[in-house]
Design a protein around this ligand. Structure first.
Ligand code: GDP
Ligand code: MG
Length: 170
């Protein structure tokens, strides 16, 4: 088989959940407290070695604002993977994540690897969404779940690595 593969990956989720911060952490190993809002979408790429193969992620970081919602299919169509991000301190962002899950399920690409990321896991004192609730929801919907922190780097590389391992091999 092909040892080097490209994988289109899209990040979806409410504005402020930390999509851009997760990408910045994964691609550049950095975090900024005042991450600028994404306009439309931004593109990044990063290559990961998995076993004896490499996966080059072509990452679309979407904006999350409702006014850009109609653009989202351009980014998730044909994607091998999606990360749906919510903020563990914000119940509304979890509700929004479920809406994204429904939208992805409705568009019918059953091969897509979908991860649910409960971000800002460093803000434990402000938690509103119990990890167990998200875990059960993820299991029921065939998603792969992790709590992440773009700020302290918890589970960020691991999440991309787990996605890479789940991609169908060519
Ligand atoms: P996006 O709209 O989903 O792209 O969210 P951003 O990446 O722009 O992040 C929104 C805000 O949350 C910014 O002020 C970030 O610094 C902050 N943020 C993002 N990830 C984390 C995290 O893991 N922990 C904490 N404490 N703050 C975060
Ligand atoms: Mg953003």
């Amino acid at each position: 088989g092909n040892r080097n593969m490209n994988a289109k990956l899209v990040l979806l989720g409410d504005v402020g959940a930390g999509k851009s911060s997760l990408v910045l952490r994964f691609v550049k190993g950095q975090f900024v407290e005042f991450q600028e809002s994404t306009i439309g979408a931004a593109f990044f790429s990063q290559t990961l070695a998995v076993n004896d193969a490499t996966v080059k992620f072509e990452i679309w970081d979407t904006a999350g604002q409702e006014r850009y919602h109609s653009l989202a299919p351009m980014y998730y169509r044909g994607a091998a993977a999606a990360i749906i991000v919510y903020d563990i301190t914000n119940q509304a962002s979890f509700d929004k994540a479920k809406k994204w899950v429904q939208e992805l399920q409705a568009q019918g690409n059953t091969n897509m690897v979908v991860a649910l990321a409960g971000n800002k896991a460093d803000l434990l004192d402000a938690r509103k969404v119990p990890a167990e609730v998200a875990q059960v929801y993820a299991q029921e919907n065939g998603l792969f779940f992790m709590e992440t922190s773009a700020k302290d780097a918890t589970n960020v590389n691991d999440m991309f690595y787990e996605i890479a391992k789940r991609l169908p091999r060519v």
